[in-house]
Design a protein around this ligand. Structure first.
Ligand code: DGJ
Length: 594
């Protein structure tokens, strides 16, 4: 346990005291990733962990007094994890002098609040730019070079931009050294308790306002052959490359040597202005709808992805050498109206360049999406290709997305951004977090198998079927219905809820509903969440009709299911219709009859 008197005493004291504890640590308890079935889990203290989290606004933890007001909000939102920034500027205000006060304070308070922490290393880059670099880095232009761009508006004076360049070995080494010190300290103070689970290294890296760095060093590298290490990786993984990237390489004849443009096709001419919106210059509706899923001026983005990945690899490997817990990077995503590299940070870990990141940064465990797009499922699919574990460090507070990410895409965690301020977690998501946390042991035990999935329904959508276990489950959207009206036996259609029933007013019904579905036995299911009804049909030989046996609402207490309401009669249409309600947990057994 940390004690406050440690604050400010510096690394020497801490190091000598806590290294003794470290040597006695149970190495297997250190957070790490582990494969299960077709997915990957975060293992903490020997058990799979589901991070029901939120990301704080960028500077929330630069003041511990400010954090004192935030912890109760996180607890009230039923979160078990918070993503919290550590800034290079505050951590190393003077070169070689490290400040552990904020980090220690965060870890101590997280423990007091029974929470875990995922750190964000805001260092060389944050949303492409470099505002979190220390003053001594910012002011030393020569030693720590900036990128240069030519955004077309500044053709004649395409000056440096306040983005540190990847072509600055001194910058990379200084960042890596500081990160190494940070991770060493985390290992010293947390190597036995494991409050810190993972680290996001940098934040949304990439070049803005141009497709690539056009500094002298960058131009020189761009004219040189593609590094052999990258070519060898691509050749070795040719059959499993991300399709949209492979198409680009294929279009250039799968060349295995040459300059970036020879191997991957043209970059953007320096004087071409990036359209701010993809609709300018005009494109067809089809071109527009596809534009955010493919590479434009491919060699520029591929070149930058390689250089950011190589830089980040150095930072990550230095950090892991000090304390080895999972590390990830996050990407500002390409979007229909911002499809051109440079309108989003060019070179970040986006799906179309995942192979480049894998080749350049093998120490990075997870390539993560900052997922604000409406195409939530599609992004989850693109970020789970080739075994990439899913973790969503930034998103909105939609509870249906949390349920789908966990149940269907095996996410390690779900984390709306700005939950301390501009996007507070509402009671719906807090309820969803509570529900998911109760079901987590059951879900995690089955992740990577076909015994767990999720379904999302949008208001007005046709019923949809999911095959799970021995039955096909057909879902019909009901909205926020809390109670079924009485129905005569045999009537297999839910009537609208009577006036006055919560949810009867369509204006307060959610637009979407989602539930996690868990097959726990040949004739048994657990459901979490809802806003839909379920009809069952059998997929195995036997009598054709399916009846509801036990229908039990409940909660998990100390890992055991405690029934809070046993349902039959009017509440399940005399045993014929199962209605799932938002954030409820329901256990159902089924039987067959002729
Ligand atoms: C994405 C960034 O990664 C965050 O740090 C934050 O700036 C949000 N955007 C703001 O919405």
């Amino acid at each position: 346990m940390l004690v406050k008197s440690f604050y400010g005493l510096g690394v020497v004291l801490l190091g000598s005291t806590l290294s003794v504890m470290c040597s006695a640590q149970n190495a297997t308890g250190i957070p790490h990733l582990q494969k299960q079935g077709n997915t990957t889990q975060l293992i903490v203290d020997g058990k799979p962990y589901l991070a029901m989290s939120g990301e704080l606004s960028n500077n929330a933890a630069t003041s511990l007094e400010n954090m004192d007001t935030i912890w109760p909000k996180l607890v009230a939102a039923n979160m078990n994890t918070a993503l919290i920034g550590v800034t290079w500027a505050q951590f190393e205000p003077v070169e070689g002098q490290y400040n552990y006060v904020q980090l220690d304070g965060v870890i101590t308070k997280a423990r007091e609040n029974h929470m875990h922490v995922i750190l964000i290393w805001f260092a060389s880059w944050k949303n492409g730019t470099s505002s979190f670099a220390p003053y001594w880095v910012k002011k030393d232009y020569q030693r720590f070079p900036r990128i240069q761009i030519n955004d077309g508006k500044t053709v004649s004076m395409s000056g440096p931009l306040e983005l540190l360049s990847t072509f600055g070995d001194a910058t990379r080494d200084a960042d890596a050294k500081a990160f190494g010190m940070l991770m060493k300290h985390v290992g010293e103070v947390d190597g036995t308790q494991h409050t810190v689970l993972m680290v996001q290294v940098e934040n949304e890296v990439g070049v803005l306002r141009d497709t690539r760095d056009r500094s002298t060093a960058a131009n020189r590298a761009y004219g040189e052959p593609v590094p052999a290490k990258l070519m060898q990786y691509l050749v070795a993984h040719k059959d499993t490359l991300i399709p949209e990237f492979r198409d680009v390489w294929a279009a250039n004849g799968y060349k295995t040597a040459g300059t970036w443009e020879q191997v991957f096709g043209p970059g953007k001419p320096a004087d071409v202005v990036i359209p701010i919106q993809t609709t300018s210059p005009p494109m067809s509706a089809l071109e527009h709808s596809n534009s955010w899923q493919s590479l434009h001026w491919p060699s520029d983005e591929i070149f930058m992805a390689w250089n950011y990945a190589s830089y980040v690899q150095k930072v990550v490997e230095t950090g892991k050498a000090a304390y080895n817990i999972p590390m990830f990077v996050n990407g500002w995503l390409q979007q229909p109206n911002h499809a051109w590299p440079g309108t989003y940070p060019s070179g970040g870990p986006l799906p179309e360049v995942h192979d480049i990141w894998r080749a350049g940064a093998p120490g990075v465990d997870i390539l993560a999406p900052d997922l604000y797009l409406e195409y939530f499922d599609e992004v989850c699919q693109r970020f789970t290709r080739n075994g990439n574990p899913l973790f969503i460090p930034e998103t909105s507070t939609n509870p249906a997305n949390a349920i789908v990410a966990v149940g269907k895409y095996n996410t390690i965690g779900f984390s709306p951004f700005g939950i301390d301020g501009n996007r507070p977690i509402g009671s719906d998501l807090a309820g969803t977090y509570s529900m998911l946390e109760q079901l987590a042991p059951m879900i995690l035990a089955r992740q990577g198998t076909d015994a767990v999935t999720a379904v999302r329904m949008v208001q007005g959508e046709e019923p949809k079927s999911v095959k799970l276990g021995n039955y096909t489950l057909t879902f019909t959207y009901t909205g926020r219905t809390t109670r079924l009206p009485p129905q005569p036996r045999g009537q297999n259609v839910a009537s609208p809820p009577p006036p006055g029933t919560p949810g009867a007013n369509p204006n307060d019904a959610p637009l979407e509903a989602a539930a996690v579905l868990i097959s726990t036995g040949p004739d048994e299911y657990y459901f979490g969440g809802g806003g839909m009804r379920v009809d069952f049909t059998a997929n195995t030989p036997g009598p054709g009709n399916v009846g509801l046996g036990d229908v039990q609402e409940g909660k998990f207490v100390d890992g055991k299911f405690v029934v809070t309401r046993q349902i039959a009669g009017d509440d399940d249409a005399q045993g014929e219709i199962l209605v799932l309600r938002p954030n409820n947990i329901v256990r159902v057994t089924l039987y067959r009859y002729p």
